[in-house]
Design a protein around this ligand. Structure first.
Ligand SMILES: Cc1cc2nc3c(=O)[nH]c(=O)nc-3n(C[C@H](O)[C@H](O)[C@H](O)COP(=O)(O)OP(=O)(O)OC[C@H]3O[C@@H](n4cnc5c(N)ncnc54)[C@H](O)[C@@H]3O)c2cc1C
Length: 318
């Protein structure tokens, strides 16, 4: 499991991406497997100063959530196959480890190093390494984000799930080396026992330039549908996934161009994600040292930090 299992609430999504319709229906599966509701994200500065930010979200059982989404798809008529890997896409053909399949439209929802994207010459998003593990213990009822030199260009997190918490660390894309060192430095810092983490990548530098080519569309991490300031990709992946599904349906029924998918998701989430990239780039200037981070956090204060994690304008708010 490579996930902090934190999902932002529908009310937050409506603030970050105004104009989204029918979130309750879209997010049925995550809400059906939720553990703990939280109304605060606590930002912890390198020196220990805490900035509580009002932000609503909850933890899920990600494995059950993914299964619930798959079940919904099957109920709607999808055929589910497991233990199968796509190797190449060529025209309408998908070559897999279990033979060849044909599709009028092919969706690459296969993560930041998408084989589908690569096969048709679409770009991969810029990704950052991250590592996490689940630990037992007593944890607060807030989603905690720790900043400091132990997580260069990123942050570490403790996300409570009841008797356990997901603990992890993410860094900037240019990080070279083994993430075990920052991960274990963080565990020591918050006095948790050393455990083995599992690694993954998060596309935190915004969407790829093109998400449609011919009969192929990219969705989720493959498209870079992740909020750059916080690395959350569950909500955005689902929002854009629905837009993809609806556009493909219209394409098959009415001949709507598949490129409308790109226009539609950019209209709904594109601006906020682009602002998120700017926020990350600005933050990178302060990530060099604990002192400059500390100063920047004091200057920003909780209100502006709250706007930053929501991909909103940090200065000159309207
Ligand atoms: C350590 C870590 C913690 C995170 N924590 C959070 C969090 O708390 N909240 C949040 O919102 N986001 C979090 N994210 C980001 C989030 O996990 C992703 O944005 C989200 O899972 C994207 O969904 P997806 O369906 O696009 O891709 P994925 O969830 O990566 O799913 C892609 C699927 O495609 C399959 N696949 C890949 N290649 C092939 C192939 N060639 N053939 C067939 N199948 C293939 C993979 O096995 C996988 O099942 C985290 C990421 C990491 C790495």
């Amino acid at each position: 499991m490579q996930c902090g299992e934190y999902v932002a609430s529908n009310s937050e999504m409506e603030v970050i991406f105004p104009g989204i319709a029918d979130m309750a229906d879209l997010m049925k599966a995550p809400y059906s497997v939720r553990f703990i509701d939280m109304d605060t994200i606590r930002i912890i500065a390198p020196g220990g100063r805490e900035y509580p930010l009002p932000f609503r979200g909850f933890t899920v059982n990600r494995a059950l959530m993914d299964q619930a989404i798959a079940e919904q798809a099957v109920e709607e008529g999808a055929e589910l196959m497991t233990n199968i890997t796509a190797l190449d896409v060529s025209g309408h053909k998908v070559i897999t480890t279990k033979g060849e399949f044909e599709g009028k439209v092919i969706v690459g929802a296969d993560g930041p190093f998408s084989r589908v994207a690569k096969s048709v010459g679409l770009e991969w998003p810029v990704s950052s390494p991250a590592m996490s593990a689940t630990l037992e213990g007593k944890f607060s009822n807030t989603c905690d984000m720790y900043f400091g030199n132990f997580a260069p260009g990123g942050y570490a997190w403790v996300i409570p799930k009841g008797d356990t918490a997901n603990v992890g660390v993410g860094v900037w894309p240019r990080f070279k080396g083994n993430l075990n060192a920052p991960f274990h430095a963080f565990l020591r810092k918050i006095q948790l026992p050393a455990v083995r983490g599992t690694g993954g990548y998060v596309p935190i530098m915004g969407p790829v330039p093109r998400t449609v080519k011919g009969n192929v569309v990219l969705v989720g991490d493959a498209a870079g549908h992740v909020m750059p300031p916080n690395g959350g990709g569950i909500n955005t992946g689902m929002i854009c996934g629905r837009i993809a599904g609806e556009t493909i349906h219209e394409h098959l029924m009415k001949g709507t161009s598949l490129s409308d998918y790109e226009v539609r998701w950019r209209a709904l989430v594109g601006k906020a994600l682009a602002r998120g990239v700017k926020i990350r780039k600005l933050a990178d200037h302060f990530f060099g040292s604990d002192r400059s981070l500390e100063r920047a956090m004091r200057f920003l204060g909780p209100k502006r930090m709250g706007r930053a994690i929501r991909c909103q304008r940090v200065f000159f708010a309207r």
